[in-house]
Design a protein around this ligand. Structure first.
Ligand code: PRX
Length: 704
């Protein structure tokens, strides 16, 4: 929708003077052992060699039938990779390692309570568990090729087992992050059409055994409200034989997996040989409109891409002990806890709980105890660990060769703490920029061959050719200091295939804006719009400025303003709601809600609480707003659109800009006075924002 602000000078035309950071170089010891330490690799991935360069990634896999066409572009932008090829993802992640590494740990699972023992699950044991559960899913669940199964599972080994059992059968798995509410899970069940929900009775978080099964009942009810019936709920038990939830099991619908399993013990299931372009899984994410987007990821292209990038960018060798401390409920966990690392035959660590439980040394005790060599986490966790235990890492004798950061821009000083204190100056760091839609990394540095630069992710990764365009579709020159919308010029094997059931939205959201010719079958005419603002320095390194759509990145999790606002609007008393990001010391961004009440109603603490509760119920605790401001009216354009940019500026104490074109400019001062006085009283005046953050706030809400 056009806004009054469109008449202003485009943001991309405003040159920003970024302070350039110094390069950091990898230690010689790292370079010597790296998977990619010969610059010839850049030659092999030159643009002239696209798309054939990706044969190198596909050749890391074991194919039942080799493919014929590397990239089929006959129906843009629905790209098909490795066409004609057949393979099975569970075979690639497990079966193929049995001959050499049967007894090696595939997963090392660390329960949150320190009194509970760590479990090392060998490739052989994982193979058995996957087969048994696949037999159960097929026999009892009656699912097969192309069916969808939704999981609402926490960080337990049963999650990768369930994923790989589905993959073995050609069933499309759909994991919903365990921290999401039952209602959010129900929406995803209905959207994906899953007759089966797989959950767990409980799990440990911050010292507490959480009742998780309760959410399954809410999920089934929410799906029903949307007209979709779930047939079966399969419940893994955190302590087999012992039920940790207070909610009753529903007869004929709910079943304990450990009880059903007796019948399937020891069963083997032939892996189904799947076409390369068959969907492997769905991963839902937020977008500009309320309906979440089920990103469809392929089997061959996705697996090839995560295996290749895990090998070269994560530098995973089979001998490593690799720990990605993300949650498998997000794309990072799918690609870089499960599929990439297991496909490479390494040992992948999973931790059930929160980083600070029971104290700020926990993460480093795990690293020391397990001899972790590669560590992977998000800026929000790094900030947390730095705040609550800045000196903890030195107390523990662990040595990382490699560390990753992902999910949000990292502040250079936080980066330096990660490097000096966590990495003990021994580790390389890769800052990996990418998205749920992308399958794997888009921007980063090849750790032995390209120096690190704090705050920049690096150039496009191998075979990825980024470009920045402005709103007028003109190229923003590299090194110009100007920001714009980052796009990827070419398709790549890890790109998602579509939005489940929403092909038009897929084309509209990611391709319509910069497509040069809708009839063209040439991939060069179809740049992929990532949805992030970015600036590219003269050395090609990219600095990501955050989302250009109405998505708020809270602790690396994407929350759509529309989802937050519709959740708030479930409260009867509310007439209008607007969600904006506010800079937060730990979470990167937090959500603030602005609320206008129906006529005649008075603001109250109870109403603020009601809004918070509604958001937790509809989305989950991660979306809990930092503040709810009940205001007399919202600043609006003459066409009635709420100016989120203006309220974001108020919340962040940044320059509000020109508001004279608004329908009700007088309201701005009154809101500013109300909110900023209260924030000052609460000691919530933020530090001065960086140019990067100011830029983000100016852009917020403009792309609608
Ligand atoms: O804004 C970018 C930010 O996170 C968004 C993608 O979020 P999601 O789909 O949840 O995937 C997160 C993990 C892959 C991006 O559009 N983002 C992700 N990584 C970075 C980042 N921003 C800056 N630097 C990063 N390394």
């Amino acid at each position: 929708m056009a806004t009054d602000q469109d008449q202003e000078v485009s943001e991309a035309q405003i040159a920003v003077h970024w302070r350039e950071e110094e390069y950091y170089y990898p230690p010689a010891k790292f370079i010597g052992q790296a998977n990619a330490n010969d610059p010839a690799i850049f030659e092999r991935f030159r643009e002239e060699d696209f798309p054939e360069c990706f044969k190198e990634y596909a050749d890391l896999l074991t194919w039942d039938q080799y493919w014929k066409t590397t990239l089929d572009t006959s129906n843009p932008p629905f790209w098909k990779w490795f066409v004609g090829g057949r393979l099975n993802a569970s075979v690639n992640c497990v079966d193929r390692h049995l001959a050499t590494s049967r007894n090696k740990a595939a997963l090392i699972w660390v329960p949150e309570p320190e009194s509970e023992e760590t479990q090392a699950i060998t490739y052989q044991e994982l193979y058995k568990r996957i087969n048994e559960f696949a037999a159960l899913l097929r026999g009892f669940g009656d699912v097969g090729i192309g069916d969808r199964v939704t999981f609402h599972l926490p960080m337990v080994p049963e999650l990768p087992v369930s994923m790989l059992a589905c993959a073995r059968l050609g069933v499309i798995h759909n994991e919903v992050f365990g921290g999401f509410s039952g209602a959010a899970c129900g929406g995803r069940i209905a959207d994906s059409g899953s007759r089966i929900l797989i959950t767990m009775d409980g799990y440990y978080r911050n010292g507490e055994l959480i009742d998780h099964k309760a959410k399954a009942d809410e999920a089934v009810a929410a799906a029903k409200e949307q007209g979709f019936e779930v047939d079966k709920v399969l419940v893994w038990r955190r302590h087999p034989g012992q039920y940790s939830s207070k909610t009753p099991m529903v007869a004929g619908r709910d079943f304990f997996v450990d009880e059903l399993m007796h019948e399937y013990a020891g069963r083997l299931v032939d892996p189904v040989s799947m076409p390369a372009e068959a969907p492997l899984f769905l991963m839902y994410t937020s977008g500009t409109t309320g309906r979440p987007k089920g990103c469809v990821h392929s089997t061959g292209g996705y697996l090839a891409y995560v295996t290749g990038t895990a090998k070269y960018y994560q530098d995973i060798h089979p001998e490593d002990t690799y720990w990605c401390a993300a949650d498998i409920g997000w794309i990072t966990g799918h690609s870089y806890i499960v599929y990439g690392p297991l496909s490479l035959g390494t040992s992948s660590v999973m931790y059930e709980g929160v980083p600070l439980y029971p104290d700020a040394g926990r993460m480093w005790r795990i690293a020391e105890r397990l001899g972790v060599s590669i560590f992977h986490t998000a800026p929000t966790t790094i900030r947390l660990l730095r705040k609550f235990g800045p000196d903890e890492p030195k107390k523990y004798d662990y040595h990382f060769k490699h560390m990753t950061t992902v999910g949000e821009p990292i502040e250079p000083e936080v980066w330096r703490w990660y490097h000096e204190v966590v990495g003990k100056r021994e580790a390389v760091i890769v800052d990996t920029w990418w998205q749920t839609e992308n399958g794997g990394f888009l921007g980063s540095t090849l750790p032995a061959l390209q120096p690190m630069k704090p705050g920049s992710c690096g150039p496009g990764v191998l075979g990825i050719y980024p470009v920045i365009y402005d709103e007028e579709r003109k190229l923003v020159e590299v090194g110009s200091g100007r920001a714009g919308n980052i796009c990827i010029r070419n398709p790549w094997p890890g790109i998602f295939q579509t939005i489940w059931g929403q092909d038009e939205r897929f084309v509209e959201t990611y391709y319509a804006k910069y497509c040069r010719d809708k009839e063209s079958k040439d991939w060069r005419d179809w740049p992929y719009l990532a949805g992030d603002g970015a600036v590219q320095a003269a050395d090609g390194y990219i600095r990501i400025l955050g989302r250009i759509d109405d998505v708020i990145n809270v602790a690396g999790h994407r929350l759509g303003t529309k989802e937050l606002e519709s959740a708030a609007l479930t409260v009867d008393e509310i007439a209008e709601a607007a969600a904006v990001p506010v800079v937060d010391e730990l979470r990167g961004r937090a959500v603030e809600m602005y609320i206008a009440l129906k006529p005649g109603l008075k603001p109250s603490k109870e109403l603020e609480e009601k809004v918070i509760k509604a958001i937790e119920k509809e989305i989950g605790k991660i979306a809990r707003p930092k503040n709810v401001w009940i205001v007399t009216d919202m600043p609006k354009t003459r066409s009635g659109k709420i100016m989120r940019r203006v309220i974001a500026a108020i919340s962040n104490f940044t320059d509000i800009g020109d508001v004279t074109t608004l329908a009700n400019p007088e309201i701005v001062d009154s809101i500013r006075h109300q909110v900023q006085t209260e924030k000052a009283a609460r000691g919530e005046v933020p530090r001065e924002l960086t140019p990067q953050e100011v830029e983000e706030m100016k852009r917020f809400g403009q792309a609608e």
